[in-house]
Ligand binder design. Sequence first.
Ligand code: CAA
Length: 257
Amino acid sequence: MSYETILTEVKEKVGIITLNRPQAMNALNSDLMTELIEALLDFDIDEEIGAIVITGSEKVFAAGADISEMAEMSAVEMLTSSFVELFDGIRDIKKPIIAAVSGYALGGGCELAMACDMIVASEKAKFGQPEVNLGVIPGAGGTQRLTRAVGKALAMEMVLNARNLSAQEALEFGLVNYVVPVEEYLDKALKLAKRISVRAPLAVRQAKASVNKAYELSLTEALAFERNAFYFLFATEDQKEGMQAFTEKRSAKWQGK
Ligand code: CAA
């Protein structure tokens, strides 16, 4: 499949999506978001792929939603264009998604990174929600995911006062998993994705769904979800193989069955 605003490739069992609008700081216009979701859905149903990495360039992950596309839009046009709803498509992806972020991850760019399951950052990464400078607020999950990730006090400062976080601050406040030199961030993300991609696919899928429930349900409901996901895995061949391999002191051969 060829795209206009993103590049895609598969390395071993990892699907890689590179945001590719360098002339506009990888601003997320509706074409890019549509292509991104299409590529994610393709990777999600590809049995040869076990994990996905989304990245940009060393200078910019994404500088937010495309301001030139939104500037003249009315409230009704924003509503009916469903632009921010496109971000919800990321939630439907069952395979793990890692954001490999260097440079600016601002506005919708920060929201895109936060919609992924993990973030690997280069030392040059900068995270922020500067929408207040444009007379608006984050509209693709920023006020919610940021608050859950870094807590209320810091989220308030970032959203109300456009405070950016350096990569090191993002690490300290729990927004990202790793910070590494800029020459290494993509490689680090790919290695992490590759290690996950060779694990038991159904267990990884259930694990991702279950951790995500921690954000959405009460503890009682989320524990019930986890328990059912756990019980379900005992109906898989991979569970039998995994436990047998352990007792036979050999590596398991996963089939995703
Ligand atoms: N939308 C459209 N175009 C953008 C853009 C954006 N979000 N961000 C940058 N660009 C364009 C610039 O207009 C410029 O285009 P021209 O060369 O044609 O003039 C080009 O990219 C390069 O940008 P700069 O010259 O500004 O580059 P810089 O290195 O001086 O600054 C930056 C980089 C700090 C990221 C700066 O571009 C910037 O502040 N961008 C906007 C960030 C922002 O406000 N993001 C929030 C968007 S709203 C949103 O995301 C809503 C939501 O929640 C969904």
